[in-house]
Design a protein around this ligand. Structure first.
Ligand SMILES: Nc1ncnc2c1ncn2[C@@H]1O[C@H](COP(=O)(O)OP(=O)(O)OP(=O)(O)O)[C@@H](O)[C@H]1O
Ligand SMILES: [Mg+2]
Length: 251
């Protein structure tokens, strides 16, 4: 289970984010980047954040700690901004929070250097989860104290938008030609040798167990949320062994 906190104050929107993520304070005195269930992209985006974030972390990549944030829509009443007010009002219940990395800078491929091993691990991971949102235009990588952090895994696992076609979709290649780390000669073969054996059924069960129940309930085609958790694990398990052979755009 992810740690559960309760939002106590909405601080400010993070204007760069398409889904209007905001900064909130919580009852544990933490400051979190909050992503809302009421945002246009809906709760599947949040499921993807949890599955990918928790998997990446277990594979040794840096991801800010994730929590669930309980929101009382009353918090929105005092918001002067109409758009923010609507978002808070429509996001009562369980939302996603992530540790706010204060002082982190957006990754700039021209200003920072990344080694081929680390670049390889990240590109390989993005191929595994089919992340289409780590391009040089929008890297979704933060840099702090010389360390890279992965954020924003909402646009991954495209197959969860169409479960009947999941197997076919998950068999497709991954195009890394626009990837933010492509210039760093990512060593995806070494990454695959190191990481693929770690993506086991047990690990994926542990990862998918972190998804809040409320975001899974009522998915058409699934009688239980456990079946849906397994459906999240299956394509990742199937892809892990050979996805590196299907990465296009890197050597
Ligand atoms: N944990 C964090 N710590 C510090 N800053 C963060 C954190 N998470 C996000 N940000 C900042 O907020 C911005 C938006 O976050 P994120 O990319 O996750 O949102 P999004 O709505 O999915 O964005 P988009 O779809 O526009 O890429 C990031 O580019 C980054 O500048
Ligand atoms: Mg982003």
């Amino acid at each position: 289970m992810l740690k559960e906190v309760i939002a106590t104050r909405y601080v400010t929107p993070l204007r760069e984010g398409g889904s209007l993520p905001g900064l909130v304070e919580a009852d544990d005195f933490g400051t979190y980047v909050m992503k809302f269930t009421g945002a246009g992209q809906g709760r599947k985006t949040l499921v993807a954040e949890v599955v990918c974030g928790e998997l990446a972390r277990r594979l040794g990549l840096r991801v800010p700690r994730l929590v669930t944030v309980e929101l009382d829509p009353v918090l929105g009443l005092g918001e002067p901004d109409q758009e923010v007010q609507e978002l808070l009002k429509s996001s009562g219940g369980t939302n996603l929070g992530m540790d706010f990395l204060s002082g982190a800078l957006g990754f700039d491929p021209l200003a920072f250097d990344v080694g081929p091993e680390e670049a390889g691990r990240i590109v390989w991971f993005d191929a595994l989860v089919n992340n289409v949102d780590r391009s040089w235009r929008n890297p979704n990588l933060l840099m702090r104290h010389g360390e890279l952090w992965l954020i924003d895994h909402g646009a991954t696992m495209i197959w969860h938008h169409n479960w009947p076609g999941a197997q076919t979709s998950a068999a497709r290649p991954y195009d890394a030609s626009d990837h933010a780390l492509r210039p760093f000669e990512p060593d995806v073969r070494s990454a695959a040798a190191e990481l693929a054996p770690r993506v086991t059924e047990d690990l994926l069960a542990e990862v998918t167990a972190q998804i809040p129940e409320a975001w899974l309930a009522g998915e058409p085609g699934f009688e239980t949320t456990d079946a849906l958790r397994r459906a999240y694990a299956e394509p990742l398990l199937a892809r892990a062994a050979a996805v590196h052979e299907r990465i296009q755009g890197v050597r």
